[in-house]
Design a protein around this ligand. Structure first.
Ligand code: NAP
Length: 304
């Protein structure tokens, strides 16, 4: 019988990775009551409610909102979309969680933090804020579990969806760098497993990657196999990519983060393999081929 105190899941509506939304579904499926925090009432909030979650509306940058949603919960998943106020939101959550008193805070971070130090940060404000957030949470003395995924496979829907659909090409400035993207379905499985029984995980850091680290030609081959048509990799100049991102009108914070992600890929900094997914869930992480098969329509469909 699952504990009847609700588990708080922030960022539950979902934009890019929608980790919070998937975690909500997994926990509800296991019989846990979930308080799902969203920023606004919309169709996504209605869907969460229909699935059985207690939906609460609030802003993670507003301390009274955070106090209201955390009160009455003992376990928290803290994650929100890539945004300039990330560190402020994390510290606000830490202050509130200390005040309310919780048993576990599962903190979404990034694998790049594993390679960061005072002398070696990166030019992505998002990555720096995750690095600082992890330290602030450590100082807080809260019972924290840290989740450090590498690049989400879902990022390819945004970054390569249109070019795979229109030209059969993945056009990103990753050079010959290897990468091991992870599906958010796997990230969410890890987080749900930790929230279901946090005790053995407290204080741990889980690095999460997909099952293989390979260059972008290898990734493109897995796309080809999944879609049954040729998909190739085109290493585009970093400047062209940055200009393209700016044309999309993304917030400057996100554009800077994606530009840094390209630079770090080129420098081989995403060539990492970690077994966090299998260690926590007992099942291996999803491959690129499996992910693309599941999302074939979004990549222009599979040839029969
Ligand atoms: N993308 C990657 O490759 C990658 C890799 C590793 C780690 N990460 C980390 O994963 C996290 C993002 O996770 P995700 O992709 O699951 O998130 P997401 O789906 O993009 O966003 C989750 C939700 O956060 C909500 N949100 C944003 N600002 C908020 C605020 N001030 N108050 C309340 N809610 C707010 C958004 O609400 P609305 O939709 O209503 O605006 C959104 O639905 C970040 O920490 C990122 O650094 C990402």
């Amino acid at each position: 019988m699952a504990d009847q105190v609700p588990i708080l899941v922030t960022g539950a509506a979902g934009q890019l990775g929608a980790v919070g939304r998937t975690v909500t579904g997994l926990l509800l499926g296991r019989g846990f009551p979930v308080r799902a925090m969203v920023r606004r009432e919309d169709d996504r909030a209605a869907a969460l409610r229909a699935a059985g979650a207690e939906v609460v509306v609030g802003d993670l940058l507003e301390p009274p909102d955070v106090y209201r949603v955390v009160s009455g919960c003992r376990r928290v998943y803290f994650g929100m979309s890539v945004s300039a106020g990330y560190l402020e939101a994390t510290v606000t959550m830490a202050v509130v969680a200390r005040e309310v008193g919780v048993d576990a805070v599962v903190n979404m971070s990034q694998m790049t933090v594993s390679e960061m130090s005072i002398q070696k940060t990166t030019s992505s404000g998002q990555q720096r804020q995750h690095w600082l957030s992890e330290q602030a949470l450590a100082w807080s003395g809260l019972p924290v579990v840290t989740i450090r995924p590498t690049m989400f496979l879902e990022s390819f829907l945004q970054l390569a969806g249109p070019t795979v659909r229109n030209r059969g090409r993945i056009e990103v400035p990753f050079g010959q760098g290897k990468t091991s993207p992870v599906a958010t379905a796997d990230v969410a499985r890890v987080i749900a497993a930790v929230l279901a029984d946090p005790g053995p995980h407290l204080g741990r850091i889980y690095e999460l990657t997909g099952p293989r680290s390979q260059d972008m030609h290898g990734i493109a081959r897995e796309f080809s196999e999944a879609l049954n048509r040729e998909v190739t990799y085109s290493d585009i100049p970093a400047g062209d990519w940055e200009r393209g991102l700016k044309k999309w009108g993304l917030p400057e914070h996100l554009t800077r983060h994606l530009v840094t992600m390209g630079e770090l890929h080129r420098a081989g900094r995403y060539d990492r393999l970690a077994d966090g997914v299998e260690r926590v869930t007992g099942r291996p992480a999803m491959s690129v081929r499996e992910f693309v098969s599941l999302h074939a329509d979004e990549f222009g469909g599979r040839l029969s």
